[in-house]
Design a binder for this molecule. Structure first.
Ligand SMILES: [Zn+2]
Length: 306
């Protein structure tokens, strides 16, 4: 079925992606059928985090639930345009609010899956802090958020089977957060990478671990995946894994050099901000560069024993 035709589908998808890219501005929310029955909503409103849903013959799997119930209802509407089958599984790639604060809308599925550290984060201070932080933005609908943690958790690896689809959930270690999940649809040579990958955008690194993040990306690069669904930005292929890895390696190299020189954090930011801006001119969210430098500076100062 689907599996046999993945090359044809990939080609069709690339053509469709190129065409839609020409006709839509970057900010337009759109639902892309990345493969037959596998859909990703990109460039959503409020926050641009991606949601993916898979329509199987036995029901629907939803991966990440957007930033609020209001936005999650839009995801549900996109699903209901295509099927009346129940939502069977909901999966969170990590705890950040723009991926989990719509969870309550999918609660009928009864099975909300994530890494065990996502449950701990959402039940604890991190979840509350996420919500408070987001409430200082102008994103609508956050007052309705009831922080809803996963009720099925795993530690290293988990397999989910539904309606002919097989999802491998893998926690490689810390990276973007301490509870990242990679979801690999092996037969479809596709990975849902969560925020381990931002496509053409500086990542948020406030909960990140640079070295382990690079390791996770190397693991992904070594896998036989053709399609890569990032946490933010357009769906792509292996080049978006490599671009993210190169960014982190560049950040690491530059920051480590400053740390070894004994440079202060402020001076390091001043020196490296224009360098990174220049190297990644076309990337969005340049306001995150300072935070990225700071996170790397803290990690490598610690590792250098400073
Ligand atoms: Zn995130």
């Amino acid at each position: 079925m689907v599996v046999k035709n993945w090359k044809r589908v990939l080609f069709a998808w690339i053509v469709a992606g190129v065409l839609s890219g020409l006709s839509l501005s970057r900010a337009d929310a759109k639902t892309v059928e990345v493969l037959p029955n596998v859909f990703t909503i990109v460039h959503g409103e409020g926050s641009d985090s991606n949601t993916t849903f898979i329509i199987t013959r036995e029901g629907v799997i939803v991966i990440d639930t957007r930033v609020s119930p209001l936005e999650a209802e839009k995801v549900m509407a996109e699903i209901r345009k295509r099927t009346d089958l129940p939502i069977v599984y909901t999966i969170n790639t990590h705890y950040h609010g723009e991926h989990t604060f719509g969870n309550q809308v999918f609660q009928d599925s009864k099975t909300l899956i994530a890494h065990k550290n996502v449950r701990r984060a959402l039940l604890g201070l991190s979840g509350r802090e996420q919500l408070e932080k987001l409430k200082t933005s102008d994103i609508p609908g956050l007052d309705a958020v009831k922080v809803t943690p996963p009720n099925v958790v795993y530690e290293k690896k988990m397999d989910v089977y539904l309606g002919g689809y097989h999802l491998q959930l893998i926690h490689r270690g810390r990276g973007h957060t301490d509870g990242d999940t990679l979801i690999i649809l092996q037969e479809l040579r596709t990975v849902v990478a969560g925020d381990l990958i931002y496509n053409r955008q500086f990542p948020f690194m406030g909960d990140g671990y640079v070295d382990e993040w690079i390791d996770a990306l190397q693991y992904l690069e070594d896998q036989d995946n053709e399609l890569v669904i990032p946490g933010h930005g357009d769906v792509g292929g292996k080049p978006i894994i490599i671009a993210m890895k190169h960014y982190l390696l560049t950040l690491k190299g530059l920051v480590l050099e400053q740390v070894k020189k004994g440079q202060s954090l402020e001076k390091t930011k001043e020196t490296l901000r224009p360098v990174l801006q220049g190297k990644y001119k076309s990337w969005g969210k340049p306001e995150r560069i300072d935070g990225n430098i700071e996170q790397a500076y803290l990690e490598y100062s610690f590792k250098e024993g400073l």
